[in-house]
Design a protein around this ligand. Sequence first.
Ligand code: OGA
Ligand code: NI
Length: 360
Amino acid sequence: MVQQQQQVVFDAAVLSGETDIPSQFIWPPDESPSPEAAEELDVPLIDLGADEVVRLVGDACQSHGFFLVVNHGIDAALLEEAHRCMDAFFTLPLAEKQRAQRRAGDSCGYASGFTGRFASKLPWKETLSFRYSAAGGGEGVAEYLLRKLGEEHGRRLGEVYERYCGEMSRLSLELMEVLGESLGVGRGHFRRFFERNDSIMRLNYYPACQRPLETLGTGPHCDPTSLTILHQDNVGGLEVWAEGRWRSIRPRTGALVVNVGDTFMALSNGRYRSCLHRAVVNSRAARRSLAFFLCPEMDRVVRPPGELVDDDNPREYPDFTWRALLDFTQRHYRADMRTLQAFTDWLQRQPQPQLQAAAT
Ligand code: OGA
Ligand code: NI
C-alpha cells in the first residue's frame, strides 16, 4: 500500500481539472487562504537609476524586507524567453521532466509535491532548480540542463538560463551596493562578499487548482537564502505578510520583485527583515515565477560587519556558513517563517569545531 501511495504523481494535466484534491495538499483552515481576496499591498516601484534609491530600499528593507524594482537593466526579451522556456519544460510529459528528478537531500532538480520528503501540507506546484556559481566553480547551468534533459529539451533551456542567471547575479551585486550604502557600511562590503556567489535558480510552475482555498502554491516562509529576485507572470498569487495580514502583490510586467532572506537578515545583524511570503493558486490559470536566490559561497562565514554591531546592537545571530544553513533546510527542517531562529537554536546545540575550522 505504502508503495502504491509513493507512486502517485503530481500530474498537473490531470490534477488541475479535478474537483477533489488529494488530502496531502489540503492545508489546515488557519493557514489556508481566506475567501476574501487579500488586499493589495501598495509597494513603490523603485527606479534603480533614481537619486533616492538608497533611502527607498533602506526603508523597504526595514519595514517588510520587500520591494519592486524597475529600470534594472534586465532585457525584456530575456525575461520573455525565460518564461517561454518554463512553459516548454513544464508542459513536457512527466517522464521527460523526471530525467532531472531531484534526489532526497539535494537542492537541485525537478520536484513536485509528491516527490519531496513530506507527506502533508504539500505545495501545489512543480519546480526545477539548479545551481549557478558566479565564480564558475563546478558544472555550469548550461551543462547541467543539457546533461539532465538532453539535446532536444536541454540545449536551449540551458543557454537561456545560463544567461538569465548571469544577469541576475550582476543585478544582485548592484543591489548589494545599494544595501551596503543604506546600512552605512559602504558600497563595496556586500558586493565583495557576494562577488563569488554560489546561488540557486528555481522555476516555479503552479498549475490551476479547483480547490484554491484549501491549498497553497507555496506555504508561508522566509527564504533562507540572502536576497531573492523574482519575476512573476501576470496571473498573480504572490502574497506578503505586512501589518498583521496577508497582502497581495500585483504583477507588473517588467518589474522585478526583490526580497531579503534569512542569510542577509543575519548579515545585517537583524536590521533588515527577512520577508514572510507565500503563493496562492487559482482555478483559472497556471502561474509561473522565476526565482533567483543569491547565496554566499558555501564555506564563507556569515557575520555582520563591525559597523553594525555595538553595545546597543549586540550580535543577534552566531557565525554560520551557508553550507550549514542549506544543509539544515535540506535535512532537518522544512523552511518556514521560523527557519533562522530554529537554525541558530540548533547550531548553538552543536559542537563547534567544524565552523571554527571553516572560519580560519
Ligand atoms: C519561492 C517563492 C513565490 C512565487 O520560490 O521561494 O516564494 O510567487 N515563490 O512563486
Ligand atoms: Ni520564497
